[in-house]
Ligand binder design. Structure first.
Ligand code: AGP
Length: 585
């Protein structure tokens, strides 16, 4: 969702903003813009479309100045258009602002501003902030105070970054949407996400909800919601700038798939001691997560229920408010970004009724990380493609490690360490998957089936395919087909059967037969000769423990989606309508 970058220092701001926006592209957007301050005056370029297109049409670099703010917009209020793109300005273009989040009382503020004579030119919720800033600046010469007063009138969620003509400063505020400050020498930055800052600094400060800050080229000052000056912790980021680059791969997604052999080693080395402390001797656990992370949660459920007899409720972040008991003692939240609004709001609700929170996340310092009582860092490194790949396999590895340790399964835990090698082996056979993708081109309907640990893998496989190919894909527990979906099977429908040779195999083979009998096209992933012989279209998997299936089988499914998307001419890194970090509910 919307990406923000701000800069003040000695460099040409438009260049910093342009490269920051390019790095933030993965968050998902439909329009973009920058504004710089030069000679005390604000100049602005914004338009709909991709950053590259906007740059070649308008040339961002024609904007001079060493202070500036930039934005990628993911439309919420008002359609995708140049006038709705950020930055937004006041009536005379003297104040400008970019925003991520939703101003809930914007309608009421808008009416009152119009009544005061303001002319608003967009349909966005954001524009009111620039006009409020203008209005408050009539009452005080202190721009920081005017900005604070303007922000105090808002309700909703935001990260806001603003400039005022004639001021050598950037004003920022955070409430419910991520914003991180980057500390340089003689320069300061702010951004929605760490990767945008990596080329310049590794010293960052995560703002808390309710914080306001003023940035100058020589430093920053943070004021908390109590109105008092705050010294927030400075974090040193271990990620490097080239981790967030394609490194010779045509797409981030392919790079991130390829990284899984190495990242799996890091995930398996993760520290789970805090989580174990909170989980030992529990009879019940609630897991909250969204999307891919939710599927990782289903793997944990299967493991914990089978091995420990522990009752595990896995609840979608967006459903938690309607399903919680209010008696949850420990909530384990899974989120790659640590910024997913639905997951965060579930965590906050649970905390209010006294639950302890374990975060399983990829981003140190993220909102979830800071809310949690214990953190498990999955060690996947920056994930730039909108779709989750390495973060899923690393989440599952970290979660399995927790479940294996809690259930005292030392031998099984040791065997998990064979996974990186096995993953590498599958990745090195990418060409086989590419051929299968070609054979399946032209098909429009895909069903993924699996049992037990293979079921979450099937769900994740279907999600990947639909996200980046825009084809119809859904997943079922293999035994469920006969309870309804079988009616949809016919010649051109593809069934991808995940059939590992564990206790589930005989029944999965029966389900494969059911699909064959309905003339569906089968593609079988298995380590069993029997299962593979059921279809000409198949991929031979290495044998592994049943609990390792979600990790190992995810790899060919990720590759299949990738090659099918590329074959269809889609951009697998930036699927339409989707955002990497979903920061609104
Ligand atoms: C996965 O490919 C998706 N892009 C999406 O489902 C994602 O997993 C979901 O939005 C949750 O994100 P999080 O892990 O950062 O919380």
């Amino acid at each position: 969702m919307c990406g923000i970058i701000g800069y003040i220092g000695y460099r040409k701001a438009s260049e910093v903003l342009y490269s920051g926006l390019r790095t933030l592209e993965y968050r998902g957007y439909d329009s973009a813009g920058i504004a710089t301050l030069d000679g005390g005056k604000i100049s602005l370029i914004k338009d709909e479309g991709r950053i590259e297109q906007i740059h070649s049409k308008h040339n961002f670099f024609r904007l001079a100045g060493k202070i500036g703010i930039g934005h990628t917009r993911w439309a919420t209020h008002g359609g995708v258009s140049q006038k709705n793109a950020h930055p937004h300005t006041d009536c005379k273009g003297r104040f400008c602002v970019v925003h991520n989040g939703v101003i809930e009382n914007f309608d009421e503020l808008r009416m009152s501003l119009i009544a005061q004579g303001h002319k608003l030119s967009s349909e966005t919720d954001t524009e009111v902030v620039a006009h409020l800033f203008e209005e408050e600046a009539k009452k005080t010469k202190d721009a920081s105070e005017a900005f604070s007063k303007a922000v105090s009138k808002l309700s909703g969620s935001w990260s806001l970054v603003a400039m005022r003509e004639g001021e050598q400063a950037i004003y920022v505020s955070r409430n419910g949407s991520p914003l991180v400050l980057g500390i340089g020498s003689g320069e300061m930055f702010c951004a929605s996400d760490i990767p945008a800052l990596l080329p310049y600094t590794k010293e960052v400060v995560f703002l808390e909800d309710g914080d306001r800050a003023i940035l100058t080229k020589n430093g920053y000052l943070i004021v908390g919601k109590d109105g008092k000056r705050q010294n927030r912790k400075v974090h040193t980021i271990s990620w490097t700038a080239n981790m967030a680059e394609k490194g010779g791969y045509p797409h981030f997604m392919l790079k991130e798939i390829a990284e899984q052999e190495e990242k799996m080693r890091e995930a398996l080395a993760c520290d789970v001691s805090g989580a174990i402390r909170l989980l030992r001797n529990r009879k019940q656990l609630t897991v909250v997560a969204c999307g891919t992370s939710y599927y990782a949660g289903l793997v944990l459920k299967t493991a914990m229920q089978c091995w420990l007899g522990l009752c595990v409720d896995v609840i979608l972040g967006s459903e938690f408010a309607y399903m919680r008991t209010g008696k949850e003692k420990v909530v384990l939240a899974i989120s790659q970004s640590g910024e997913t609004a639905d997951t965060l709001s579930a965590v906050r609700l649970a905390k209010k009724s006294g639950a302890k929170v374990i975060a399983v996340t990829n981003v140190a310092g993220s909102s979830l990380y800071r809310e949690a009582d214990a953190n498990v860092m999955i060690g996947a490194g920056p994930e730039i493609a909108v779709v989750a790949t390495k973060s899923f396999t690393c989440q599952v590895a970290a979660l399995l490690k927790i479940a294996l340790l809690l259930s005292g399964r030392k031998a099984e835990l040791a065997r998990l360490h064979a996974l990186p090698e096995l993953i590498g082996g599958v990745i090195r056979r990418s060409a086989e998957i590419q051929k299968i993708a070609k054979k399946l081109s032209g098909r429009r309907d895909f069903f993924f089936i699996g049992r037990s640990f293979a079921f979450p893998a099937a769900l994740e496989g279907a999600l990947k395919l639909k996200e980046i190919t825009y084809l119809h894909a859904e997943a079922y527990a293999a035994g469920e087909l006969k309870h309804g979906p079988l009616s949809l099977l016919e010649k051109d429908v593809v069934v991808l059967a995940l059939a590992p040779s564990d206790g589930t195999l005989p029944k999965t083979i029966s389900n494969i037969e059911e699909c064959k009998a309905r003339n569906a096209t089968l593609m079988v992933l298995s380590d069993s000769k029997d299962a593979l012989s059921k279809s000409e279209l198949h991929f031979r998997m290495p044998s592994c423990d049943p609990f390792a299936v979600p990790i190992l089988y995810a790899i060919p499914l990720q590759l299949l989606s990738y090659y099918m998307a590329v074959g269809l001419g889609r951009d697998p890194d930036k699927p339409r309508n989707l955002a990497k970090s979903v920061t609104v509910e």
